[in-house]
Design a protein around this ligand. Structure first.
Ligand SMILES: Cc1cc2nc3c(=O)[nH]c(=O)nc-3n(C[C@H](O)[C@H](O)[C@H](O)COP(=O)(O)O)c2cc1C
Length: 159
């Protein structure tokens, strides 16, 4: 075992895209968290994985609803969304944020650069996180520049 903060610092060198993972609460209201631990898994069937902290509020709602959407963020406004969805203040993270439902009913953010609408197919133990494998039922993109996360800070892709 290595020190968790050292692990976090080293993994911070793996530049990542930033997404908001959204889902539905038991009462049908939206829930979500900022997530960079998202990865493509399979083409046939179309599967992706997302690692969600067991201690997060969103975790039990993904478990409960069995659906989630991965909303890939754009630079600019996306950074504001990443900061808002990346902290648990108890306030409504969706206030003033436009969203709509696609195939599964999970909230898709209108501001997303790309989105993938998923139904949970499997959930695996991932230490203090759960690895949710989702079957992608719908997905779309638009033009824009992605938001990146690197060594604890936000940045943009420069080809
Ligand atoms: C850039 C960034 C990436 C993050 N990636 C993840 C992630 O992949 N999985 C996760 O569980 N939490 C991740 N987090 C932390 C959650 O967004 C954070 O714990 C959030 O407050 C949980 O919200 P909730 O309790 O309302 O569900 C990330 C935070 C930031 C800022």
């Amino acid at each position: 075992m290595i020190d968790p903060s050292h692990f976090r610092r080293v993994m911070g060198h793996f530049a990542a895209g930033v997404a908001v993972l959204t889902t539905l609460r038991d009462d049908g209201r939206p829930a979500g968290l900022t997530a960079s631990a998202v990865c493509s898994v399979s083409l046939q069937p179309t599967l992706l994985l997302a690692c969600v902290d067991r201690a997060s509020e969103s975790h039990r709602f993904v478990e409960g609803s069995g659906i989630f959407a991965v909303n890939v963020l754009e630079e600019g406004e996306g950074e504001t969304l990443a900061r808002r969805f990346g902290t648990s203040t108890g306030e409504d993270k969706f206030l003033g944020t436009a969203f709509h439902a696609e195939r599964t009913g999970a909230p898709v953010l209108d501001a997303a650069l790309a989105w993938l609408d998923c139904r949970v197919r499997n959930a695996y133990d991932g230490g203090d996180h759960t690895i949710f494998v989702g079957e992608v039922e719908a997905a779309e993109t638009r033009e824009g520049t992605p938001l990146l996360y690197y060594r604890g800070g936000y940045g943009r892709f420069a080809p």
